[in-house]
Design a binder for this molecule. Structure first.
Ligand code: PSU
Ligand code: MN
Length: 303
């Protein structure tokens, strides 16, 4: 095992016994949602994973140690610290570990640590992607590179239109990442069930997802797999409302010169403010929905 990695006893026992485990990220806690809803959600997501037959492993870096499996107190700590915790992408790992600092893991670093620990399935809300205006800013999330190289299945709710969805799909194609629609032919747009873009393959059951992932790893293909699970109809937002909020948030980020790793947290927080919290409620529901699919798929993979 990697000398910098700590796997919690519960997660370690589950992995050793060949039982299903689902990884969860911590940037969604610190930078993706406001306190205290972020902590409540993180705990509810863990509970949902258990109810669906798997063990949750929330991932973060605490005191320079890579952690697979957090205590409720550690989740509370990250949630309360919020944007004061370092948002840890691949390029931040060495500094955070060497300095024995804390870091909240993005999709990228959650995939890295999950893979180190031997966890194959990861549930989240949204991934990073190619930002709107990337043709001049070159703002392309490291999440896409990681999906291209690390063999972990990421269950998300599609791509938010804070991103350029078309360019994000092109990038994923280049990196050889299969984009699978769960019960849909269309890529969901996070808050709404459709983006107008198709997925590569549609799959309708955890069994089928597990079969595809098994084939991918047994073929020796190195990358991950992106599963896009649409938000349940009853929690989806009005497209006009969410599009207007995102457009305004993107405009403000350009006006204020928001750059680099600050861009995504800025946009996420502004969208919540501009929708009066409605988008936060949708966000919570879709994460729980993704946790369910991820847990059931992890269980299938263990059969
Ligand atoms: N999108 C969301 N919620 C999130 C994130 C993205 O809807 O919390 C977080 C994830 O941790 C993701 C990261 O990996 O933002 C991407 O950041 P960036 O765009 O800076 O790569
Ligand atoms: Mn970026």
């Amino acid at each position: 095992m990697n000398k910098y990695l700590d796997i919690s006893p519960e997660v370690r026992e589950a992995l050793a016994a060949g039982k299903p485990v689902v990884a969860l990220e911590s940037t969604i806690i610190s930078h993706g949602m406001p306190y205290p809803k972020n902590v409540e959600t993180a705990l509810l997501v863990e509970q949902t994973i258990r109810e669906n037959g798997a063990v949750p492993a929330t991932i973060a870096i605490i005191g320079g140690r890579l952690k697979a499996g957090l205590s409720p107190a550690e989740i509370e700590y990250l949630g309360k610290a919020g944007r004061n915790v370092i948002k840890a992408s691949r390029r931040d790992l060495s500094a955070i570990v060497a300095r024995k600092a804390d870091g909240a893991t993005t999709v990228t670093t959650t995939m890295i640590i999950a893979h180190m620990a031997g966890i194959r399935v990861f549930a989240t809300g949204g991934i990073g992607g190619v930002h709107r205006g990337a043709e001049t800013t070159m703002d392309i999330s490291a999440d896409l590179e990681e999906l291209g190289s690390t063999p972990v299945m990421v269950v998300c709710a599609g791509a938010k239109s804070i991103l350029d969805i078309g360019l994000t799909l092109e990038y994923l194609e280049t990196r050889g990442v299969p984009v699978i629609g769960y019960g849909t032919d269309e890529l969901p747009a996070f808050y709404t069930r459709s983006s107008g873009f198709g997925v590569d393959y549609r799959v309708d059951s955890p069994e089928e997802l597990a079969a595809m992932f098994r084939a991918q790893t047994e073929l020796g293909l190195k990358g991950g797999m992106l599963v896009a699970n649409p938000i349940p109809e009853e929690y989806a937002m009005d497209k006009a409302v969410i599009d207007a909020a995102i457009a305004q948030a993107v405009r403000e980020s350009v006006e204020q010169g928001v750059k680099g790793k600050e861009t995504t947290p800025f946009l996420l927080a502004r969208v919540v403010e501009l929708t009066g919290g409605d988008s936060l409620e949708s966000n919570i529901k879709l994460v729980l929905n993704n946790a369910t699919v991820a847990a059931r798929t992890a269980a299938e993979l263990c059969k």
